[in-house]
Design a protein around this ligand. Structure first.
Ligand SMILES: [Zn+2]
Length: 318
């Protein structure tokens, strides 16, 4: 666990590899809140984090998944089961899936396959509806006098919210402020890019969500992938450009809906991210960069393909 100051602790959930996915523990006095949870397999790490502060799970007041992608929320049900006083705070589009995770399980099994699902996620435990607090845009959550404000931020997913923290003046951004693995940081800075994961990538909505984050003037962004990004406003242009570039790369394939398209999108995303690493003076060999980005290259390509199909269906209806 990494103490980031202001009562914010970053926990590596060890999803797939160290340094890939984090979640956060916020402490205010003797009360706690989690933002994101990792998968069910991360639970022992979360419990260790609570114990290392000399506190217990009875002192956890809130569990706040930013969105229901499983590296963020897969373990929410198991965590809630051991935090008897906690409420689960969830986006209106996320809450139904956390109460009844059958569609999450089916969706993830379809994307990853049954074997990988069992290996990487374990299980998804439902959260009792009575313990769920649906957070509309602007909902203020009181953590022992510290205000956490839930901001609706569609674009990466239509069930995504960010959490603004009054004390650190930071914002917990889930995937909305992109991905920047520490392994790919260089003296020039982070390699920040947009995850266009299936199934609800929406570049226009995403840019508007970034407008909203910018207007809140956060001092720091707490990324799930991975950890703290200081002075987020200085990185905003890079992230906006990444969303535009990936959308344009897909749109260039819009009229070519053959069964080779996903492969071409995969190659184009690969070339883009490798190129970005080189521009950023990354000295790791291509092979290592590809290894670090393998899951994102695949998910970004799949998400762009799903987006193009959704656009085609919408065009067919009009
Ligand atoms: Zn996500």
């Amino acid at each position: 666990m990494n103490d980031l100051g202001e009562g914010v602790y970053c926990i590596d959930t060890d999803y797939q590899r160290p340094g890939l996915a984090a979640c956060y523990l916020i402490r205010e006095g003797d009360r706690l809140g989690f933002v994101d949870t990792g998968t069910a397999q991360a639970l022992p790490r979360l419990l260790d984090a609570v114990a290392s502060l000399g506190l217990t799970t009875e002192q956890v007041d809130y569990v706040i998944p930013t969105h229901v992608h499983l590296d963020h929320a897969g373990g929410a049900g198991d965590l809630m089961a051991v935090c008897p006083n906690a409420r689960l705070v969830a986006h209106p589009n996320a809450a139904p899936h956390l109460i009844d995770p059958s569609r999450l399980t089916a969706g993830a099994t379809a994307v990853y396959g049954e074997e990988a699902f069992a290996r990487d996620f374990g299980r998804i435990t439902p959260v009792p509806e009575a313990r769920v607090m649906v957070a509309e845009d602007g909902t203020e959550i009181d953590l022992n006098g510290r205000t956490l404000t839930f901001i609706d931020t569609p674009g990466h997913a239509n069930h995504h919210g960010c959490v603004l923290d009054s004390r650190s003046q930071g914002i917990f951004t889930g995937d909305t402020f992109g991905i920047a693995y520490k392994d790919l940081d260089t003296a020039q800075g982070p390699l920040l890019f947009a995850p266009t994961t299936p199934v609800a990538f929406d570049p226009g909505a995403w840019q508007r969500s970034l407008d909203r984050i910018l207007a809140l003037a956060p001092r720091v962004a707490y990324l799930t992938h991975f950890c703290r990004l200081d002075d987020p406003a200085t990185h905003l242009g890079t992230l906006r450009e990444s969303i535009r570039y990936l959308a344009d790369l897909a749109l260039a394939e819009e009229s070519a809906s053959d069964d080779q398209r996903l492969g071409r999108l995969r190659a184009a995303v690969d070339a883009y991210l490798l190129g970005r690493a080189r521009q950023n003076a990354c000295e790791l060999p291509d092979e290592r960069v590809r290894e670090l980005l393998a899951v994102d290259i695949e998910l970004n390509a799949q998400g762009l393909e799903v987006w193009l199909r959704r656009r085609a269906r919408a065009a067919a209806r009009t």
